[in-house]
Design a protein around this ligand. Structure first.
Ligand code: AMP
Ligand code: GLY
Length: 424
């Protein structure tokens, strides 16, 4: 099998590492890739916005499967262009990718299909937004409609703050805003593969979005994660499948564009049951790193079956029982402008069995240097979350990256619960 993997982050390094373990793989290319991905694939410079160029590359190299990592090319319809040219693509069409690309689309779909989510109002103007705020109580949740790389959500503690935020959100031309009820509970992420018909659960995780220890400071793309999310019990997972994921997949298919790829449901586990916070139409980063570390099957075969509409006869995804923890090393300044160019020495970080996935890195001669905000995702397994956490931080200690920093409490909440269970 010839594979083209699109993207350049830690998520794509984890996918490349797992795809490379497939006995069916003949050759793999990645665009644009990164130095970590280059261990498993030939990295090529392709402009993902130039659909004709990506299609021509697939023809030239007889690509059997294209795996699209990030959301932007999906929302821009790259999967549609490649499918029209006859290629098997893991990743949804532009129409189906609106589940991530448009909050208003997703909220309306949930309302029609009776999917549990926060009550909401769509506002097309500042005046509508101000009127809508009166229907909610503090804290107010305001979301920009389009893709915002995690920066489109404002949680305002007071009405004055909410009104100010509304002004800023509508300063963008053509903006639309969703105002919604504030949900109380613990967050967890649930993943499912679907070809539009068959739905296969693909594990769970919890991430740490704030930059600072104890969930302080600004939001980031994710500073660490662990899998599985034990708060999502098998009973809750069945409920999420039945009440949230299945009706979504059916509704998207009924609208004429069956979903093919991974559907990532961001959930709030509320007192009334799990509710959908948001969908992503791709693997999470760094959730993918912990999922791939635990996935025990043939990833290339599974993603190809998904892309070719054959999930009904695919092997059920299996994960090892161990917990995986990943700690993100970011460059000083992140999530603001990061310090670029800092040298990185991975030392013997992988000696104890940990895996260092690379994200914002590049080669300068023989040296590895930082080239982005999130630079490395240091990932380790353990029989419990405490052991996995300790192993991940031991590996972090072995890395010399003077411009880098990480959170020191990835997995802490789960470690505390594990200790409490141990005392029972
Ligand atoms: P999103 O970009 O939609 O994932 O939102 C970012 C974060 O904002 C989520 O991970 C939640 O922590 C928080 N959030 C979003 N919507 C709500 C809500 N309705 N109630 C409470 N927290 C929310
Ligand atoms: N880590 C959150 C995301 O990938 O959206």
């Amino acid at each position: 099998m010839n594979i083209l993997l699109l993207g350049s982050g830690g998520r794509e390094h984890a996918l490349a590492w797992k795809l490379a373990q497939s006995p069916e793989l003949s050759a793999m290319w990645a665009a644009p890739g990164n130095p970590g991905i280059a261990d498993h694939a030939d990295c090529v410079a392709l402009d993902l916005r130039d659909h004709a160029a990506v299609t021509a590359f697939c023809h030239k190299h007889a690509i059997d499967l294209v795996v699209i990592g990030p959301e932007a090319p999906l929302v821009e319809g790259l999967a549609d262009s490649l499918r029209r040219a006859g290629f098997a693509v893991f990743g949804p069409s532009a129409a189906a990718a609106r589940l991530e690309g448009s909050k208003g689309f997703t909220k309306d779909l949930c309302a029609r299909a009776g999917i549990p989510t926060a009550a909401y109002v769509r506002a097309a103007s500042q005046a509508e937004g101000l009127a809508a705020l009166a229907r909610f109580q503090a804290p107010f949740v305001l979301k920009a409609d389009g893709l915002a790389a995690g920066k489109g959500v404002v949680i305002a503690e007071t009405l004055a703050e909410a009104e100010g935020a509304l002004g800023q959100l509508f300063a963008v031309r053509g903006a639309e805003v969703v105002i919604e009820e504030f949900l109380v509970g613990e967050e967890a992420s649930f993943f499912a593969l679907t070809d539009g018909e068959t739905i296969l659960p693909f594990g769970s995780a919890q991430d740490h979005k704030r930059v600072g220890d104890g969930d302080t400071g600004p939001n980031t793309g994710g500073m660490g994660a662990y899998s599985p999310a034990r708060v999502l019990t098998p009973e809750l997972e069945s409920q999420v499948l039945r009440e949230i994921v299945e009706p979504t997949v059916r509704a998207v298919a009924a609208a004429g564009s069956p979903y093919q790829g991974v559907l990532y449901a961001g959930l709030m586990l509320t007192a009334e049951g799990p509710k959908l916070i948001e969908y992503n139409v791709r693997f999470g980063d760094p959730e993918c790193q912990v999922l791939m570390t635990r996935f025990a099957g043939d990833l290339a075969a599974l993603l190809r079956a998904c892309a070719e509409g054959r999930l009904a006869s695919a092997e059920t995804p299996r994960f090892i029982e161990d917990t995986a923890v990943t700690v993100v090393l970011a460059a000083e300044g992140y999530p603001g402008p990061p310090r670029i160019g800092g040298p990185i020495d991975l030392g013997d970080a992988e000696a104890g069995g940990a895996k260092v996935f690379q994200a914002g890195t590049r080669r300068e001669g023989d040296a590895l240097v930082a080239s982005g905000g999130r630079v490395l995702a240091v990932t380790a397994l353990g029989p419990g979350v405490g052991e996995a956490q300790a192993a991940a931080y031991r590996a972090v200690e072995a890395i010399r990256f003077p411009d880098g920093f990480c959170r020191r409490d990835i997995g802490a909440r789960e470690v505390a619960r594990e200790r409490a269970r141990g005392r029972d």
